[in-house]
Write a protein that binds this ligand. Structure first.
Ligand code: COA
Length: 169
């Protein structure tokens, strides 16, 4: 298993993280975002929140979100497959929620593929609930998107810390 020991920390991501983020994106998704789409989310922008999870200097996961009115829109979240079920996704989601709450946001929202059972279980574990369906939303295979919402306060506090993970700059 890559990495192994050492805590996971979460920090703001930036353009310098593009290569590492692209590797994880391509490992995690059948329809990965282009480099230019990823770079757009990593450029400094007050409406965007890109986070990187790191262990031992290696990027092991990332999250990209938009800050829209009082909502945190999570666009993309992924953990390196070698680092799954070790709290990376949880650390990213909680840190995004904490930063969003500090900015006055009150709700997190996102879309997930109907067939993404792992992703849906992850969000359910964090208190997201279904609020709608976008029929045939995904162009590559016509899959439905399930819309999930969650109270940002509850997400930010989230009970016990994720195993082995700490959050900070
Ligand atoms: C979704 C994803 C980010 C979760 O990251 P992770 O670091 O493995 O998640 P965590 O370790 O923080 O998981 C926390 C809890 O969520 C639930 N969970 C996470 N992945 C799960 C899975 N594949 N199946 C069932 N439950 C899961 C579990 O309750 C888990 O706690 P446990 O390990 O103690 O049982 C990761 O699986 C991933 O990158 N998937 C591919 C990309 C993707 O689908 N992203 C979402 C698109 S909307």
């Amino acid at each position: 298993m890559s990495g192994g020991a050492g805590p996971v920390t979460v920090r703001l991501a930036g353009p310098d993280d593009l290569a590492a983020v692209a590797v994880i994106e391509n490992l995690c998704f059948g329809d990965p975002w282009s480099l230019s789409a990823l770079l757009s989310e990593l450029e400094p922008d007050p409406m965007r929140l890109p986070l990187a999870a790191e262990s031992g200097g290696q990027v092991v996961g990332f999250l990209m979100a938009w800050l829209v009115a009082d909502q945190l829109h999570v666009l993309n979240i992924a953990a390196d497959p070698h680092w799954r079920r070790r709290g990376v996704g949880t650390a990213l989601l909680r840190e995004a929620a904490r930063r969003g709450r500090a900015l006055g946001l009150v709700e997190a929202t996102l879309e997930v593929r109907r067939g993404n059972t792992g992703g849906r279980a992850f969000y359910q574990r964090h208190g997201f609930h279904e609020t709608g369906v976008r029929k045939r939303y995904y162009a590559d295979n016509g899959e439905d998107a399930i819309i999930l919402d969650c109270d940002l306060d509850a997400l930010a506090d989230g009970g016990d810390p994720a195993p082995g993970a700490t959050e900070g700059l």
